[in-house]
Design a protein around this ligand. Structure first.
Ligand code: ZN
Length: 168
């Protein structure tokens, strides 16, 4: 089975998620951003990582979008909505996405790529396992990584951890 390339609209949404990740990094947070797009192709909600500025390690953009969708969209609207995100969902966010019944996920870089980058930077593994989304939500349609964004995302994660090293 061949997979069709992402459309221009899909690439624009991924690019926006990557821009939100850059905004998060600029604000002192971790470089992750996400966009929720409804069945009509309209962006209905954007979010970025807030972990550092809040001190709350559950402040991931994908989790925020799942909570927002549960509150504002009916179950059918949720299944037709797509989440575009800079980094593949962590297990917490993948589970939240699955529990609220959202549709497809498109991510710029995978969790496996992030683990590799952080390993190369000498960053200790996090307390939460790195799993691919389909290990958490097996039936979900998932697209990614998108190679056009790899270098930019990798640079953002390098910048975050270089900054951390200079601070400690
Ligand atoms: Zn997460």
């Amino acid at each position: 089975m061949t997979t069709a390339p992402l459309t221009d609209a899909e690439l624009r949404h991924v690019a926006r998620a990557v821009d939100l990740a850059a905004e998060a990094l600029d604000a002192g947070d971790e470089p992750f951003g996400s966009v929720l797009v409804n069945a009509e192709g309209e962006v209905v909600r954007e979010a970025r990582n807030l972990v550092r500025t809040t001190g709350d390690h559950t402040q991931h953009p994908e989790f925020e979008l799942a909570r927002w969708a549960a509150e504002h969209l009916d179950p059918r609207e949720r299944t037709l909505s797509v989440v575009y995100t800079s980094g593949e969902h962590c297990p917490m966010c993948a589970a939240a996405h699955g529990w609220v019944g959202l549709g497809k996920i498109v991510y710029a870089h995978s969790s496996a790529e992030l683990s590799q980058w952080l390993g190369e930077l000498g960053v200790a593994p996090s307390a939460v396992a790195s799993l691919d989304i389909r290990s958490v939500v097996p039936g979900l349609e998932v697209r990614g990584p998108v190679p056009a964004f790899t270098d930019r995302m990798r640079a953002m994660h390098r910048d975050l951890h270089t900054r951390d090293r200079h601070r400690s």
